[in-house]
Design a protein around this ligand. Structure first.
Ligand code: GLN
Length: 540
């Protein structure tokens, strides 16, 4: 077997939430800036086939790729850092691995054999490790192994990494272990023991890490680095300090200062093809840190106690705000806390309102009140997916006089189902992977706010929904001043609505937040923040 693609595996130890995804994306960014083609994939140890069926409280937002895969939110970081797309093949779970193996078993592919974790599950894991490298598109593939070393469910992945060393051979594979060096304030000391233990666990599984990336809130003195190197069996210059950063977007430059990319390249025996020195990235950071104005925007949803549930929206505000040199102070407000009596008090100080995507009836009243308040008070409004559907229902009830208008997701028996189940969804009984998912084309109407934002007529955006605007009512809506400014050209499905007589009131059935990157802020977020800034100025 000949391998031209080099593989980097990133494991984590001591605790979760150390930021493996950000380290992976930062390393990829550094390699990309040197002209090396790179992609990142994530292997998650849980048994769901994909995170589409998980409540956002479990693992944060479900990120959707162009090809309609429901994936881990780390893929969002990969796309935002690299300005490149990922696909179904970039996120694999234990559930998918087992599903593949069991399907093969039923087909008789292992006829006569006992099917076992080693070698059948580990072989399937390895096939998936190597899949993206098959067409020679990438010089380097970075694989992030989810969870922590030592977890029962991570074991088959770590075993597959051990075996991969033998498949790939020297200079073609590298293992980076991300770990924590806690500071004990009572002892005034940085402690290396948890790291030693976690590396021991890796060693017990037969994997020697080549590089240790050590998360820390204090600089690691030379003697601490030496101790880590000695006890963990790595070279001193491969003990990399990863200090806590103000912004995730600082991490690529911090890692460059620590020479992580140089260590990786020397160990894999690869050299730079070009060197852009990350000019655009630095320009972005310069603007991010020196805003010339700020605005306050309410993000209204039902999962606000876990901001990771809205990761892509939050990052989209950072990208778009930075491009306008504007700091966006996002106020995450639970839709369940808003009602007719307090909506004014809650939103009066806000310069803009975003109603977030979501499912089910909980918090509905709060979202409807927020949309009404924004509409009536000319506060810029951005509704995404459910947030668009809410705007439609509110308008039907309070402007068009359809008092029993609703979505059939909320009230299946309502008199005026202005939002209803898509025809293609009617016979679906399985929940996993069956929504309208991924990229679809949309055509914009000239002269609308949507058209002004994009500056072109044909766009594509990513989706994740089952319900849609009911076109039976479209004429009535347009007569009252709510326009369909974007439609799917094949099915006529309404993708964008906006108000004619309002500074900026836009709702999208799709999720623009999945396509925003550091180098390509999303035009709708940019226009929304612009309108919000103007609203703020007009107030003062
Ligand atoms: N629940 C709505 C639907 O399925 C909206 C989905 C969403 O906001 N992602 O159509």
């Amino acid at each position: 077997m000949g391998f031209s693609t080099k593989h980097i595996f990133i494991t984590g130890g001591v605790t979760s939430s150390l930021g493996k995804g950000i380290i992976a994306a930062s390393l990829a960014k550094l390699l990309q800036s040197r002209g090396i083609s790179v992609t990142i994939q994530k292997f998650d140890p849980y048994l769901n086939i994909d995170p589409g069926t998980l409540n956002p409280y479990e693992h944060g937002e479900c990120y959707v790729t162009e090809d309609g895969a429901e994936t881990d939110l780390d893929l969002g970081h990969y796309e935002r850092f690299l300005n490149a797309t990922t696909s179904q093949d970039n996120n694999v779970t234990t559930g998918r691995i087992y599903n593949n193996v069991i399907t093969k078993e039923r087909k008789g592919e292992f006829l006569g054999k006992t099917v076992q974790v080693v070698p059948h599950i580990t072989d399937e894991i390895k096939n998936n490790f190597y899949k993206l490298g098959q067409d020679g598109k990438y010089d380097v593939i970075i694989t992030e192994i989810g969870g922590c070393v030592g977890d029962i469910e991570s074991l088959p992945f770590v075993e597959a990494v051990r075996q991969a060393r033998w498949d790939l051979g020297p200079n073609n594979i590298l293992v980076i272990h991300l770990t924590l060096i806690p500071y004990l304030s009572a002892a005034k000391e940085l402690k290396t023991k948890p790291t030693q233990h976690s590396v021991k666990q890796l060693l017990e599984a037969g994997v020697q890490p080549d590089i240790l990336v050590c998360r820390t809130e204090r600089h690691l003195p030379l003697d601490v680095k030496k101790k880590i190197a000695l006890f963990c069996n790595v070279q001193l210059n491969c003990v990399i300090e990863a200090m806590d950063a103000d912004s995730i977007y600082d991490v690529p430059l911090l890692m460059k200062k620590e020479r992580l990319d140089e260590r990786v390249m020397s160990k894999l025996k690869i050299s730079s093809k070009t060197n852009t020195e990350l000019e655009q990235w630095k320009e972005f950071l310069g603007k991010l840190k020196n805003p010339t104005m700020e605005v306050d925007i309410a993000l209204i949803g039902k999962y606000v106690s876990l901001p990771d549930a809205y990761k892509s929206i939050i990052e989209s505000f950072i990208h778009a705000g930075t491009s306008l040199e504007c700091k966006v102070n996002l106020h995450l407000i639970s839709s369940e806390e808003i009602n007719i009596d307090n909506v004014e008090k809650k939103l009066n100080e806000m310069d803009g309102v975003l109603v977030a995507p979501g499912f089910g009836v909980r918090g509905l009243e709060g979202k409807l009140e927020a949309a009404k308040f924004a509409r009536e008070n000319e506060i810029p409004y951005f509704g995404i997916c459910l947030g668009m559907q809410i705007a439609v229902i509110e308008f039907a009830r309070n402007v068009m006089g359809l008092t029993d208008a609703s979505s059939t997701e909320i009230n299946p028996d309502c008199k005026d189902p202005v939002i209803f189940l898509m025809a293609e969804q009617k016979d679906i009984t399985q929940m996993g992977g069956t929504m309208r998912l991924g990229a679809y084309p949309c055509e914009l109407v000239k002269g609308t706010k949507a058209f002004t934002a994009y500056g072109k007529q044909k766009i594509t955006e990513r989706h994740r929904h089952r319900y849609e605007f009911n076109n039976k009512y479209l004429k009535d809506f347009e007569n009252h001043g709510m326009l369909a400014s974007g439609k799917n050209p094949d099915k006529g499905l309404v993708e964008i609505i906006e108000l004619k007589d309002h500074p900026w009131f836009v709702g999208t059935q799709f999720h623009p937040e999945y396509k925003s990157t550091v180098l390509n802020p999303h035009p709708l977020f940019v226009r929304f923040i612009k309108a919000v800034g103007e609203k703020k100025q007009s107030k003062s």
